[in-house]
Design a protein around this ligand. Structure first.
Ligand code: UDX
Length: 488
């Protein structure tokens, strides 16, 4: 099938490359010439497993890149809109890119097309795109608008596309639904998973994906409700973690007991410094706006956002408690990406925590396995130092903070960690370590929803100024502090 994908961001690039992998003839459109040139050369603009392989397999054969939207429309039967829908100031999704693409598509329609929303959009968008296309001259019999939301996670996006939990096709006409069903046939009939060159997935072949046909509105709502539900699970366990700290329970034990109920499940119950990324924060805000604009009450969503913000503040208090004070402290930060397996730092809780620590006067040396380049762009004036590996970041630091759940960090050599740090303090915002092992290694260990562990000396480290003052007092150098009982 001839497929066009508008927008070569995360969703567009993954969808385009995967449709080519399924045997379709794909044209990917973008307005960014530099990105197009990079893609044509086989350079992958994102850190995503299997995308380089898929580009290598299909680039210049079943996967082409262009800046010409009209040509893409003429080429394609299905046109997926995968442009950005960033949040506006009031939280509502900014649909101006979707609008301009819809206008351009309308001007180029010459034969029956299905325009498919792939970007996450509010529940009314389908009808709105239809109206834009009609008012820009597209004949009603020459197109349908459908919704086919993407549920991919960064880091496992290709496997999520090729081995999905479900494919949602929100289409109000049988003709458009039929074409979308055909596009996904290699996934729904299991033939893709049986191919000898198939990208490996989390399940044993044959794998047949479930396709759910809904109305366009229901499909739009499924996407927002799914992300809100997952964010709710994270905020729920983070709130429970705070209670665990207050009553002396262990959140990891609570998670095991709670998540073993098959109705609840273990996944998305990992406590931490809150959710981030390009989807959850934005989609929660947009979903709240949709609820408000339609006169409904859904205060639970407000609480999910509030707990998430509170979680970062609580983490900073924990760091302050571990260190006594923050000003002048030298800190090693492990992890800047919003989660493991990606170089993406958009809405990263780690970056938010680092910014707050800088405001408090800390000196930061950071390391991330993938996000160093993006971090350098986020701190262009060199506000933080970047180290080539975790042990370098820790050299002489007053404490080590773990902010992203990279597996590599869990495998650190604890003896070396203790050796590199000036003070043996680790504050873990992702519960990557076993407290007993940290204690045995002589480290003072603070994590989320679990008791603090004192493996090393309990005194809090002093700032450089305080240490200098103490030295001066001990050696009789400089001005001696005056006792309030002495007469000056
Ligand atoms: C998410 C959805 O999972 C995906 O279905 C949707 O299409 C896009 O948004 P993504 O943003 O890639 O995907 O990341 P995800 O793995 O969901 O993690 C989101 C955030 O939640 C990260 O900051 C992560 O660290 C955090 N998280 C996740 C937790 O804090 N605890 C958990 O248990 C799970």
């Amino acid at each position: 099938m001839k497929i066009g994908v508008v927008g070569s961001g995360y969703v567009g690039l993954v969808a385009g490359a995967c449709f080519a992998e399924l045997g379709h003839d794909v044209v990917l459109v973008d307005s960014d010439d530099r990105k197009l040139a990079a893609l044509r050369n086989g350079t992958c603009p994102i850190h995503e497993q299997f995308i380089p392989e898929l580009l290598e397999r299909h680039r210049g054969k079943r996967l082409d890149f262009t800046g010409d939207l009209d040509a893409c429309v003429r080429h394609s039967r299905l046109i997926f809109i995968a442009v950005g829908t960033p949040p506006k100031e009031d939280g509502d999704a900014d649909l101006s890119y979707v609008e301009s693409v819809a206008k351009d598509i309308a001007g180029a329609v010459d034969d029956y097309k299905v325009v498919v929303e792939k970007s996450t959009v509010p529940v009314y968008t389908n009808g709105w795109i239809r109206r834009i296309m009609l008012s820009n001259g597209a004949s009603p019999e020459l197109f349908d608008v459908a919704s086919n939301p993407e549920f991919l996670r960064e880091g496992s996006a290709v496997a999520d596309f090729l081995y999905p939990n479900r494919i949602v096709v929100g289409a109000d006409s049988d003709r458009s639904a039929g074409l979308l069903q055909e596009a996904y046939k290699p996934l729904t009939d299991g033939s893709y998973s049986r191919r000898s060159d198939a990208i490996p997935g989390p399940v044993t072949p044959p794998f047949r994906a479930r396709l759910i046909r809904t109305s366009a509105q229901s499909a739009e709502l499924i996407k927002h409700a799914s992300n809100a539900f997952l964010a709710m699970k994270i905020s729920f366990i983070n709130a429970v973690a705070s209670l665990c700290e207050a009553v002396g329970a262990d959140v990891e034990q609570v998670c095991e007991g709670l998540g073993s109920d098959s109705r609840i499940g273990q996944r998305f119950l990992r406590p931490g410094i809150g959710y981030g990324g390009s989807c959850f924060p934005k989609d929660l805000l947009a979903f709240r706006t949709v609820v408000r604009e339609n006169g409904c009450q859904f205060g639970l969503l407000d609480e999910v956002v509030k707990v998430n913000e509170e979680q970062r503040r609580r983490f900073l208090c924990k760091v302050k408690r571990a260190l006594g004070s923050l000003a002048g402290k030298k800190l090693a930060v492990l992890g800047l990406a919003f989660k493991n397996g990606t170089d993406d730092i958009r809405e990263s809780p780690a970056i938010a925590v680092v910014r707050e620590l800088l405001r408090e006067g800390c000196q930061i040396t950071a390391y991330d396995p993938a996000a160093m380049e993006r971090a350098a762009e986020a701190f262009p004036a060199g506000e933080i130092a970047l180290a080539p590996d975790p042990y370098e970041a820790m050299a002489g630091a007053d404490a080590c903070l773990v902010l992203t759940e990279w597996e590599d960090f869990a495998a650190l050599d604890l003896a070396r960690v203790k050796d590199r740090l000036r003070c043996p303090i680790v504050v873990d915002g992702r519960n990557l370590f076993d407290p007993a092992k940290m204690e045995a290694a002589g480290l003072n260990y603070y994590s989320i929803g679990r008791a603090d562990v004192a493996g090393g000396p309990r005194e809090v480290p002093l700032s450089a100024t305080m240490e200098r003052t103490l030295r001066d007092v001990a050696t009789g150098n400089g001005r001696q502090p005056l006792s309030p009982f002495q007469k000056s």
